[in-house]
Design a protein around this ligand. Structure first.
Ligand code: SF4
Ligand SMILES: [Zn+2]
Length: 262
């Protein structure tokens, strides 16, 4: 975090990881605000908003809240039929992830923030690497990084993951030791998230193969360094013809989806 300078916003979901990221920044005396997207998921989103509001008050941080339908036209549950029809998926998770990333970047860009801080931890990094290996997705494999710098030409705000090298079980321990209130409700779509199954497998493996996750992430970094692979070397990122935000095709995925939605 030391070399990262500028206006920072922490994307908080109400989950332990993002809240702990904000606490870490506070402890390092790094000024920041909070940003929350209300996904419109009954019970889960209401509790998430209550948790982040209470957190903001307790830590005296400015909380910025946006509603997903103001950007994506609909709430996440309203996207379920669309996900079924267009992508033959029972759950809206892929769309939800894409919307969150897009909205977060757009909002931060338009409000002149330099970095978005997220709660991604070591388990997230290791499981993303495994998923990219399983999908033979080489370009994405080297995009897993703790810091991604801002890119002016494609209106991309920098991204920082302060918990990148921290195992999830340590974050859980910190939260319980410090009585930090986090969302207890589970998103009704969470059960089938493919990445969660990979994380469970990795944690089981880690019990006998100590430091497997950290070694896996370090190995990818080493290959990247030895082979001099830049994060954006193989992927040409251009401004979207409609919205001007980053895309690898003429029109970004967000704009393409929104055009299909009534
Ligand atoms: S489980 Fe899926 S739908 Fe629920 S918040 Fe996560 S990505 Fe969104
Ligand atoms: Zn676009």
């Amino acid at each position: 975090m030391k070399h990262v300078r500028g206006r920072m916003i922490v994307a908080v979901s109400g989950g332990k990881d993002s809240l702990v990221s904000s606490i870490m920044l506070k402890r390092l005396d790094i000024e920041h605000e909070l940003f929350h997207i209300n996904l419109g998921i009954p019970v889960f989103s209401d509790e998430s908003l209550s948790v982040v509001s209470e957190f903001a008050e307790q830590y005296r941080l400015k909380l910025n809240v946006v509603n997903i339908e103001d950007y994506a036209k609909k709430t996440i549950p309203e996207y379920v039929p669309f996900a079924k029809k267009m992508y033959h998926k029972d759950k809206p998770c892929a769309l939800c992830g894409l919307f969150k990333r897009y909205i977060m970047n757009k909002w931060a860009w338009e409000h002149n923030f330099d970095y978005i801080i997220t709660g991604h931890n070591l388990d997230d990094a290791a499981s993303t690497i495994i998923m990219n290996i399983m999908g033979q997705n080489i370009d994405q494999l080297f995009r897993v990084a703790p810091v991604i710098e801002r890119k002016e030409n494609v209106k991309m705000v920098g991204k920082v993951k302060p918990l990148y090298w921290v195992r999830e079980d340590l974050i859980k321990q910190y939260v319980s030791k410090n009585n930090i209130r986090t969302v207890q409700a589970t998103c009704p779509y969470a059960a089938s998230v493919h990445q969660n199954r990979i994380k469970d497998a990795l944690r089981t493996f880690e019990k006998t193969e100590h430091n497997f996750m950290v070694n896996l992430v370090k190995t990818i970094k080493k290959i990247q360094k030895i082979k001099n692979i830049s994060i954006s070397k193989n992927v040409e990122v251009l401004p979207c013809e409609r919205c001007g935000f980053a895309t690898t095709s003429k029109v970004c995925k967000f704009c393409r989806i929104i055009e299909k939605v009534d």
